[in-house]
Structure formats: structure tokens, C-alpha cells
Design a binder for this molecule. Structure first.
Ligand code: UDP
Length: 239
């Protein structure tokens, strides 16, 4: 299989690290993800990764139950740092040179995100896990991921989810839901499809970064997505 892209950003949701657990991180799942990242790196693809924090904490959800939103989002961003450190450990065990760079400063645990340093790490062949989102509240990790993909000049964002692409309605609720093979950013907005938040969609559209949405479930799903194999939806600018 041949990779379709030279430099990618892989977005894994916090939920994607839980496996069958109700909460937290499943080490077997994390090591399977790490193995695939190694395979992709060995294909010569530059790899950036963003891991969400939803398996531990979601700021907006806690704010809805009365917590100060700014503080809740800081906790959410810290959750993404925790997940990033788990993934870094799994990658190091497989001898993949990896650095965690955080938008929220946690200097004892990982590097603080600095654009020029990040570029250097990628040029040196390291996998970068971007943690801590944008470092600011009121954003999602999808937006943080899209921002870093823009900054790093990624060709595509590979968004790993619990469903095998973007549907016209929720396939878990509607058995007749139809999956798109390809869809434009405009259609995602017009049809109000809940694939990423609007800020992330707009940023990806304006910077012409395609988003490949695929299901994390299968053993080789991330490698398949890099090679545009298997089932997925690609969101891109048309014309
Ligand atoms: N978050 C934030 N700013 C950012 C990125 C993330 O405040 O730039 C916080 C927010 O509270 C969010 C949490 O981090 O709920 C975890 O991210 P998210 O819910 O997007 O994770 P995912 O759904 O991908 O697991």
C-alpha cells in the first residue's frame, strides 16, 4: 500500500483510547495505535498526532453542570496531556522517536509548543503529539488539531471516530442513514452534520486541508486511512 499523503495529522478522540473500558485508557488499544503510527512513519510519512480528552473530562459538559467554563476547559486540556503521555510511552516502547508538545504549559512533563521547534522535530523525523489543545478555553481538540495541521503544513487530517465516515443522519439512530464517500466543507455546514465543530470546519476549509473521517475499530484502520483504503468519508474543497 502507498501513502496518499506526505505529512498528516492524526486526530484520535479520547474515547478512542478507552477500548471497552467505561473510562480512562486501555493500554492494549494505545499500543495498537502506536504500532500503526510506527508503520506509517516507516512508510516515510511525517506524523503529527492530537489526542482528545473526552475519556477523562469534557469542559463544556462540566460547565453545563455549573463549573466555571474557563477552569473546566483547563482541566479538559490537562486531560489531553495525560492521554498524550500515555501514547508517547507506547510509542517509545516501540522505538519511535516521539515528542509531546503542549499548548498549555506543563514543563516538567512535556515541551511547550513553539512553532519553530515543532518544525525542527518533524524535519528530524520525530512524531509529534500535540497536547493541551490551543492552550485556550472555548475550543475543542478538533480545532486545536486543525490549527496545528495548518501550522505544520499537513496535507490532511485523519480523524479517527466511532463510525466509518460522515452520514446524512446518525447511523446509530437511523438504520437508513447514508454515508458520504466525499463531501464539501460547505455541505457539512449547510446540512449541519456533526462531524467537527464549526470553528474546526472553517479553519480546515480556509486553509484547504482535507479531512478523512474513518472508524478506528479495525486493526489497520489508521494505516488504511493514510493510504485512502477501506471505508471513509473525505471532506474537501471542491472545484
Ligand atoms: N479544550 C480546550 N481548548 C482547546 C482544546 C480542548 O479548552 O483548545 C478542552 C475542552 O474542555 C474539551 C477538552 O479539552 O472538552 C477535551 O477535548 P475534547 O472534548 O475536544 O476531546 P475529544 O472529544 O476529542 O476526546
Amino acid at each position: 500500500m502507498q501513502p496518499a499523503y506526505k505529512r498528516v495529522l492524526i486526530k484520535i478522540s479520547g474515547e478512542g483510547l478507552m477500548g471497552s473500558k467505561p473510562f480512562g485508557v486501555d493500554n492494549v488499544v494505545v499500543s495498537k495505535i502506536a504500532k500503526q503510527i510506527k508503520d506509517i512513519r516507516n512508510m516515510g510519512v511525517d506524523v503529527c498526532v492530537v489526542v482528545g480528552g473526552g475519556n477523562i473530562f469534557r469542559g463544556a459538559k462540566e460547565a453545563a453542570s455549573g463549573m466555571n467554563r474557563n477552569i473546566a476547559d483547563q482541566v479538559g486540556m490537562m486531560a489531553t496531556v495525560i492521554n498524550a503521555l500515555f501514547l508517547q510511552d507506547a510509542l517509545q516502547k516501540q522505538n519511535v522517536k516521539t515528542v509531546v508538545m503542549s499548548g498549555l504549559r506543563v514543563p516538567q512533563a512535556c515541551e511547550t509548543y513553539i512553532y519553530r521547534k515543532a518544525v525542527k522535530h518533524l524535519d528530524n523525523g520525530k512524531v509529534i503529539i500535540f497536547a493541551g489543545g490551543t492552550g485556550s478555553p472555548y475550543f475543542t481538540t478538533d480545532t486545536g488539531a486543525t490549527l496545528r495541521a495548518c501550522e505544520m503544513g499537513c496535507d490532511a487530517i485523519l480523524k479517527s471516530t466511532q463510525v466509518d465516515g460522515v452520514y446524512d443522519s446518525d447511523p446509530k439512530q437511523n438504520p437508513n442513514a447514508v454515508r458520504f464517500d466525499e463531501i464539501s466543507f460547505e455541505e457539512v455546514v449547510q446540512k449541519q452534520l456533526k462531524v467537527m465543530d464549526l470553528t474546526a470546519v472553517t479553519l480546515a476549509k480556509e486553509n484547504n486541508i482535507s479531512v478523512v473521517v474513518f472508524e478506528q475499530k479495525s486493526e489497520n484502520s489508521i494505516v488504511d486511512a493514510v493510504c485512502l483504503q477501506g471505508k471513509f468519508t473525505i471532506i474537501k474543497n471542491r472545484g
